[in-house]
Design a protein around this ligand. Structure first.
Ligand SMILES: *Cc1c(COP(=O)(O)O)cnc(C)c1O
Length: 426
């Protein structure tokens, strides 16, 4: 059996030339030899290419894209989006420090998350961020007190949980009753009246984010209608809502998934906004995965082939600490050889060296490989390196960013000294 052909998610920035896989104008086999593996490789053109349909959809509107940087928080990646005019959606004080280190503007930062600490609130107030997306009534009180204590007024929006099913994996659905995120739809008006009564807060907007890897427009339209109903009710009660933030969540093609294109989705949503008279509001969105997911691949080397009675294993040098999505969400990533070798393909479970049965990267994959060959794990730009750990005392991978025929090392491979820094013997 020969390897079945696959559609390359990430095309046109990923191509096959003379039997080798390339990103933009750079041959991936060359990168694997030069920088070692595991190695994350990102395409700048792919990132900007993913941003373009959002920019097109919002052209002529009062709108701001905030890249949800937890998807990939490498400074070099943030720099690309900052230079393209993006703001950032952050979920920690650490992420705010990264934005500033990458040249991003604090006044284009919005701060989401259910568990902001007082120290993080202070840091964000002092930096002068655009908005805190508040996720509970208790957080309103704490934020107001912290703001007063530093002589500031905190700009706030309330994150609404609209109770909409985004039809995605349960671990990445966030807008359903029973999720920890946001303030329940029916409590939102009370939350706004409370916020408006607090001296340290200024209401600047409303937001919702219903989940991730969403592949149809329906859940967005449902959430949009619910949020607009709320805005009407809140404004009728005397609290103006200057901006509307619809979060992120648009899916990407991992394995034949067919999410709407960002511009097509937003044409639909903006038509609904216009029809309901909200088209001239300040609009914000928080896309993460859809900006970077298919802009990155992870290169890895085949260490051993281990044939077995029930399963053949292809053991690679990347593992669940580098690529946590399969172990966390049973997620699918295409795995392809960097150089096509002819010959028979065999079906393998592709697994890492980590001592966990959950450490698999792909199951039942047809591959024609030998030890020493290099593979690319595709669609690895989002929620891979940013979730990487040191489990099994494995240093985190290096990262390079390709721009045409230029290669920038944006993160060196983590050393053992890096890993043990700060530890002490008793
Ligand atoms: C994670 C997250 C996003 C981005 O989600 P994607 O699925 O990566 O687009 C946006 N907003 C908030 C509040 C998030 O937590």
């Amino acid at each position: 059996m020969t390897m079945p052909p696959i559609d390359l998610p990430g095309a046109p920035f990923l191509s096959q030339r003379q039997g080798h896989l390339w990103v933009e104008e750079v041959c991936l086999s060359t990168l694997a030899h030069q920088y070692g593996t595991p190695l994350f490789v990102y395409s700048k053109a792919a990132m900007l290419g993913a941003l373009a349909p959002y920019q097109k959809a919002f052209a002529g509107r009062d709108a701001q894209v905030h890249y949800a940087m937890k998807a990939n928080s490498a400074l070099g990646v943030l720099q690309v989006f900052a230079q393209a005019g993006c703001g950032f959606d952050i979920v920690s004080g650490g992420e705010l420090s990264r934005v500033l280190a990458a040249g991003g503007q604090a006044n284009k930062v919005i701060f989401s998350g259910v568990g902001k600490t007082r120290a993080e609130m202070r840091q964000a107030l002092e930096a002068g961020i655009a908005c805190f997306n508040v996720e509970s009534e208790a957080e309103l009180d704490v934020l107001s007190a912290v703001a007063l204590s530093c002589g500031k007024v905190a700009p706030v929006s309330i994150r609404v949980n609209p109770n909409v099913d985004p039809q995605t994996h349960p671990y990445i659905s966030t807008g359903l009753k029973g999720n920890k995120f946001g303030i329940a739809h029916e409590d939102t008006l009370r939350g706004y009246l409370h916020a408006a009564s607090l001296p340290g807060l200024k209401v600047v907007g409303i937001d919702c984010h219903i989940g991730s890897q969403i592949t149809s427009a329906g859940p967005y339209l449902d959430a949009l209608d619910k949020v607009l109903d709320l805005v009407e009710a809140i404004e009728a009660a005397g609290v103006p809502i200057p901006h509307l933030d619809f979060g992120g969540g648009l899916g990407i093609n991992y394995n034949g998934d067919t999410p709407p294109a960002a511009d097509a989705l937003w044409a639909q949503l903006l038509a609904r906004l216009d029809a309901r008279g909200f088209g001239k509001r300040r609009l914000m969105i928080e896309p993460g995965r859809s900006l970077v997911g298919n802009a990155g691949v992870c290169l890895t080397e085949v260490l051993y082939l281990k044939p077995g009675e029930q399963k053949n294993f292809c053991i690679i040098d990347a593992a669940m600490n580098d690529l946590p999505r399969p172990a966390m969400y049973q997620a699918f990533h295409h795995i392809v050889p960097l150089a096509q070798r002819g010959g028979e393909a065999t079906v393998y479970d592709v697994v890492g060296p980590v001592c966990e049965s959950g450490d698999w990267i792909g199951r039942d994959r047809w591959l024609s490989v030998q030890a020493g060959d290099h593979l690319a794990v595709l669609s690895a730009g989002a929620y891979c390196m940013s979730m990487a750990s040191n489990y099994n005392t494995r240093g985190r991978a290096a990262e390079v960013l390709v721009d045409g025929d230029k290669v920038h090392v944006i993160r060196e491979r983590e050393t053992l000294a890096d890993q043990m820094r700060g530890e002490r013997l008793i």
